[in-house]
Design a protein around this ligand. Structure first.
Ligand SMILES: Nc1ncnc2c1ncn2[C@@H]1O[C@H](COP(=O)(O)OP(=O)(O)OP(=O)(O)O)[C@@H](O)[C@H]1O
Ligand SMILES: [Mg+2]
Length: 303
């Protein structure tokens, strides 16, 4: 069977090969074989701490002459919620895009659950769930159809009852028949998250998942993230909210001009940098995570 299906997501078209047509009418879709990746020079390896679900070593991402991510190395442990903080243009989305396999790194290695994404992209990507910074889905499909479609892409079969159960989990049961374009921004975010976890990925990547959400929805998303972690998932998220980083992240890293400055628990980060003169200068009283962030990355506004 050589039939293909094109799916438009976040403005990019991805083509899938129909692997199997099942008796219940659902399709098992497989990503089209990716072109051969050129061999990359080996990167310096960090020692593996505990059981890492994500190992990034010496990651460099460039767009032509612009180096967006420079030799970034980090580990995410199983069951960990890890926050990537950084000013606008620091390289957060580019880091996530490389892990998702959307951009090809100029150098470095990425292992998801021990699988090298440069060698076996399809198997590595099957273990990842992604919510992009701006998500859009096929505008003319209902959200039930969209959820069914994405479940099918990951080889997950959901019966009608299960589909409505998944929508109910994020308070979208009443919107089941609506097209994506008729959802509010917060509802779109919730659907995007539910789609990202439809195949229970080992690693969930969330790019500014709470941007534009009201305080109630933000809290609801935090508890959903905690819930996913309790089920054994690991989460890498980006945020501009220091409050969020402190509330949900076990560890946070600060990235600036493509370089990773530091990665610790929010509490350790404050203790480690509270006497830094750059941090002292911007702190008004007791040093906060935001003071550390501004002290280390500078006060000027980025593009
Ligand atoms: N497709 C692209 N082509 C060229 N340059 C790009 C591209 N995508 C990102 N960049 C540049 O790479 C740098 C890092 O961008 P990136 O989107 O990774 O930052 P970010 O940390 O996610 O920022 P934000 O907080 O604003 O989302 C920026 O200087 C950006 O202008
Ligand atoms: Mg970004």
């Amino acid at each position: 069977m050589a039939e293909t299906v094109s799916v438009v997501r976040a403005g990019r078209t991805e083509t899938y090969v129909v692997g199997e047509e099942r008796a219940d009418g659902s399709l098992l879709l497989l990503p089209r074989a990716l072109p051969e990746q050129p061999a990359r020079p080996p990167a310096a390896r960090l020692p593996v701490v505990g059981d890492s679900v994500l190992e990034v070593d010496g990651l460099t991402v460039a767009y032509g002459a612009k180096v967006a991510v420079a030799e970034v190395s980090l580990r995410i442990r199983r069951g960990e919620i890890f926050g990537l903080l950084g000013p606008n243009g620091a390289g957060k989305t580019s880091t996530l895009s490389a892990i998702e396999g959307l951009v090809r790194p100029r150098a470095g290695t990425i292992r998801v659950d021990g699988i090298d994404i440069g060698h076996d992209a399809m198997r590595a990507k099957a273990r990842i769930g992604v919510q992009l910074q701006a998500t859009s889905f096929q505008p003319d499909l209902t959200i039930t159809q969209i959820l069914r479609l994405y479940a099918g892409l990951y080889g997950v079969r959901l019966r009608d009852g299960e589909l409505s159960g998944r929508l109910a989990e994020v308070g979208l049961e009443a919107e089941a028949g609506k097209p994506f374009s008729q959802l509010s921004g917060g509802q779109q975010q919730r659907l995007a998250l539910q789609i990202a976890v439809v195949h229970e990925p080992a690693l969930l990547l969330l790019d500014e998942p709470t941007a534009g959400l009201d305080p109630q929805s933000r809290r609801r998303l935090w508890s959903r993230i905690e819930q996913l972690r309790e089920r054994g998932g690991s989460i890498l998220l980006t945020t501009h909210s220091m409050e969020e980083a402190q509330a949900v992240c076990d560890r946070v890293a600060i990235i600036d001009h493509g370089r990773l400055l530091t990665a610790e628990t929010p509490g350790e980060l404050i203790v480690k940098h509270r006497d830094d003169p750059r941090v002292r200068e911007v702190a008004h009283g007791e040093v906060t995570l935001e003071d550390v962030f501004i002290g280390l990355t500078g006060s000027e506004v980025r593009d």
